[in-house]
Design a protein around this ligand. Structure first.
Ligand code: DPM
Length: 323
């Protein structure tokens, strides 16, 4: 099969979800590629995913991997689009056969942010009052915050960023925990009240980076996409994804990470927590950034020795029972 890169029309079709954040991210990728390849026509095709349609059910209960990516992946397999732009943290660690993670772009701040109701503008995460209602649908955020702040009330929140912020401003919540990167990309960085310190809560695997997926046999397109890859982000995210894959954790599990690269050495910290925040295992490994994925596997093994498997098995059982 000839690649779209060399076809006569030189139109490359990019698949994107329709959400405001997805479109901002996709158009950013398109702009970067257009600068490097001015003769190619990059066309954006939008698609709805399952995750965009089911808005009233807690994410963890839907439980499906690839909630925000499956329709786009089918589009690639069926040759309707050539590559897809994802928030890397929404892209499962095991891709469908025939597809590959071609490039990872430079990461925004990967940390979570505290966004508060106006009445708490003088508070920080550790000074919010007892019973403060914190909105999050992430088991990862829930578990880590419950461990530190058992006196808060945690409440599910779904919908896009604007919907969530409107609910906060209307007083349905006292604070929200959101990815700093999403707020920044949508020009709402001023809503970031506090960056949650990594000592309190670790971010999701791949958070703040974009993952570009395409057909594994499209070598020309893969080489073209490398133009917008950020090698340091790629090494960090590959270590994080190997860690998650090895623990067989999907996107909706209480697993958090932190990575840093210094002088070619990558330091990976990972946490696995029970949903009630009572049981937490956490450790750190360091090694050459050239062996990023091996470091992820090493950390997964370490945490398994400390009981990570039992914590995760209990969570899967609870989710199946629908609790
Ligand atoms: C995943 C999670 C959430 C998203 C779970 C987690 C947050 C769900 C929620 C896997 N995907 O983080 O533990 O809080 O209800 C999502 C966001 C972004 C990508 C929004 C956010 C933007 C940031 C980025 C939803 N996916 O986390 O606030 O590109 O990293």
């Amino acid at each position: 099969m000839t690649s779209v890169v060399k076809s006569a029309t030189r139109t490359i079709r990019i698949g994107s979800r329709k959400s405001q954040l997805a479109l901002v991210q996709t158009y950013w990728v398109r702009e970067q590629l257009q600068k490097s390849f001015p003769d190619i026509n990059f066309e954006v095709h939008t698609m709805s995913t399952q995750g965009d349609k089911i808005l009233d059910v807690a994410l963890a209960k839907i439980g499906d991997k690839g909630l925000f990516t499956k329709e786009l992946e089918l589009g690639m397999i069926n040759q309707e689009i050539d590559f897809a732009v994802h928030s890397l943290k929404d892209l499962p660690t095991n891709l469908p056969e025939g597809l590959t993670l071609a490039a990872i772009t430079e990461r925004e701040n990967p940390a979570d942010a505290l966004v508060v109701h106006e009445k708490y503008k003088d508070k920080q995460i550790d000074t919010l009052p007892e019973g403060a209602v914190i909105g999050t649908s992430s088991l990862r955020r829930l578990a880590q915050l419950r461990n530190r702040f058992p006196h808060f009330t945690f409440k599910d929140v779904r919908g896009n960023l604007n919907t969530r912020l409107a609910k906060l401003d209307a007083g349905e919540y006292d604070a929200l925990i959101l990815a700093a990167a999403g707020l920044q990309r949508l020009g709402m960085g001023d809503r970031v009240h506090q960056i949650i310190p990594k000592e309190i809560s670790l971010h999701a695997v791949g958070q703040g980076a974009l993952g570009i997926e395409c057909r594994a046999d499209d070598q020309d397109l893969i080489s073209l996409l490398k133009a917008i890859e950020h090698p340091e982000t790629r090494d960090r995210c590959l270590a994080e994804r190997a860690f998650l894959r090895d623990l067989e954790g999907g996107c909706q599990v209480p697993i958090g990470v932190n990575t840093e690269i210094q002088d070619g050495n990558l330091t990976l910290t990972g946490v696995v927590a029970s949903v009630d925040g009572q049981n937490i295992v956490k450790d750190t490994v360091t090694g050459s950034a050239n062996n990023a994925e091996a470091l992820g596997t090493e950390l997964a093994n370490l945490l398994r020795e400390q009981g990570a498997k039992e914590i995760l098995e209990q969570i899967f059982a609870e989710i199946q029972r629908g609790s």
